[in-house]
Design a protein around this ligand. Structure first.
Ligand SMILES: Nc1ncnc2c1ncn2[C@@H]1O[C@H](COP(=O)(O)OP(=O)(O)OP(=O)(O)O)[C@@H](O)[C@H]1O
Ligand SMILES: [Mg+2]
Length: 483
């Protein structure tokens, strides 16, 4: 009998069905990979198992008993521990304090604590001073501290949610050694990853989710990357598709580089959308912040871009991935947000010209079909898709030649997504050049005139339409390496 089984698990978040009747089993001492495209429901399923959130429907059995966890502590008490995608250490505390967080006795013997911490850290091959503040560790080291913390809780089930996204390849090797060791001691590991090469290296079985539903579970030895990709992608792909374009005038050439990104050159043509594909950690996610002068180093037509100010002067503007913290002041109205972007132009002797401000907001509301079409509405009252339109409008108000779009539809529902695609298509047909960085494969295929695939800090493929969906996924996940 399986150590753990989940049956008919469903979970909704408002209008979004995150999981629908999913079954999942875990054997003692196995490494079970959980894969699927972004938003497939992987983290949600495992958060239910780890007691972070309850399911709407379904039941679980662990070691033969029916269980229902209403808190993380309850799950931990039964030996289920999870290392989250978004790391959960407290940066201002020491490594030792983090290891025993929430479990310190009233009178702490710091000497004993340090000794115990050293033993735990040694289990993950981490030889650092337990008094080190977590803020000073690399992401890879933090990941290992989290795993040590999970081991400290004597877990029987260890859930790792995309543990290698931020790791260098030597750190990944180390993690795999630890997983092998943990497994040998009888612990079961759930391994969520977007990298199929890793899945085939480390896992015994693999389960595929798609759009919140279970597609199937396979023994790794009896399947191959091609089959798994087919399961991830499905046969009925309905997607937005842009008509083919003719390349015209060259707008310019970017050269960007950063610590974990080899130098890349990208030449953009007027009206062209160049898609950037790659999992988090591939270097793909670094290109746009570099190109906008936020980090690394960038040149545009041989002139250095050292800051966002340089970029905007050169006609380059970024629509950031995190609109809540970087793009918008959500407490202010649509109009106030739009006028922040163009203060200089709409000001006269220090006073905002009210007429000009209103005219500008009307223009953008209409051009991007903002709903409701009300300039006085506070941004937080709008849906995610409409908030994103305001961010794009802000960017466009600076009249750029190049628009950098970073995950433009993250957290946006399906209907609003289609509208944003129309907006993006419309912008390109007016001659704007776009760089589109996205973890959504469908989105990249639907919008891009060509796609650059990033892996391990460099461009490993350039793909042209008509695209083969499975081929793109094979490049992104590193699966074509296995063939
Ligand atoms: N707390 C939440 N509130 C609202 N929607 C949520 C919440 N958590 C998840 N979702 C939605 O549920 C769906 C599944 O999300 P989940 O995070 O489980 O996907 P995932 O497979 O882990 O994706 P990724 O590979 O991007 O991490 C998505 O549509 C997501 O937007
Ligand atoms: Mg996830």
């Amino acid at each position: 009998m399986a150590l753990l089984s989940m049956h008919g698990v469903s979970k909704r978040f408002g209008a979004v069905t995150a999981l629908q009747g999913v079954d999942f089993t875990l054997e003692a001492g196995e490494v079970h990979a959980l894969v699927g495209e972004n938003g497939a429901g992987k983290s949600t399923l495992m958060k239910i198992l780890a007691g972070v959130q309850p399911p709407d429907e379904g039941h679980m059995q662990l070691g033969g008993d029916d269980v229902r966890f209403s808190s993380v502590q309850e799950a931990q008490a039964r030996g289920v521990v999870m290392v989250y995608q978004e790391l959960a250490l407290v940066p201002t505390l020491s490594v030792a304090e983090n290891l025993f967080l929430g479990r310190l006795p009233r009178f702490v013997d710091y000497g004993a604590l340090r000794t115990r911490a050293r033993t735990l850290l040694a289990q993950v091959d981490l030889h650092l001073d337990p008094d080190t503040e977590v803020a000073r560790l690399s992401i890879g080291e933090r990941q290992l501290v989290e795993i040590a913390r999970a081991l400290a809780r004597e877990g029987r089930v260890l859930i790792l949610d995309e543990p290698t996204a931020a790791l260098a390849s030597t750190e990944t090797d180390r993690l795999f050694e630890i997983i092998t060791r943990v497994k040998a001691s009888g612990v079961s590991v759930v391994y969520i990853s977007h990298r199929l090469e890793e899945v085939f290296r480390i896992a015994d079985r693999v389960t595929v989710l798609r759009d919140g539903a279970l597609v199937g579970t396979r023994t790794v030895a009896d399947t191959n990357a091609e089959q798994v990709i087919e399961m991830m992608v499905g046969s009925s792909v309905h997607r937005y598709e842009r008509p083919a374009r003719v390349r015209e005038r060259v707008v310019g050439t970017f050269e960007v580089t950063e610590r974990d990104l080899r130098p890349v050159r990208i030449t953009l043509h007027a009206g062209e959308i160049v898609g950037l594909a790659g999992v988090i950690g591939s270097g793909r996610e670094r290109v746009l912040p570099c190109a906008f002068g936020l980090r690394g180093s960038a040149r545009w037509n041989d002139a250095a871009i050292g800051s966002p100010r340089d970029a905007i002067k050169a006609g380059i503007v970024l629509v950031p991935s995190d609109r809540k913290t970087q793009g918008l002041v959500v407490g202010l109205s649509v109009e106030a947000n739009l006028s922040l972007a163009t203060l200089g132009r709409l000001q006269r002797f220090g006073f905002m010209r009210a007429g000009a401000v209103r005219a500008q907001s009307r223009h953008w509301i209409e051009r991007l079909s903002l709903r409701p079409p009300d300039p006085d509405k506070a941004v937080w009252e709008l849906s995610g898709g409409n908030q994103q339109k305001v961010v794009i409008a802000k960017a466009l108000a600076t009249e750029p030649e190049v628009l950098l779009l970073d995950e433009p539809t993250r957290g946006v529902d399906v209907g609003a997504r289609a509208e944003l695609y129309d907006v993006i298509d419309d912008l390109s047909s007016r001659g704007l050049a776009l760089l589109l960085s996205s973890s959504d494969t469908e989105e990249l295929l639907g919008l891009s005139d060509r796609i650059l695939v990033f892996r391990e800090g460099r461009v490993t493929a350039e793909l042209q339409p008509p695209y083969d969906y499975e081929e793109v996924v094979a490049h992104v996940t590193g699966a074509h390496q296995l063939a």
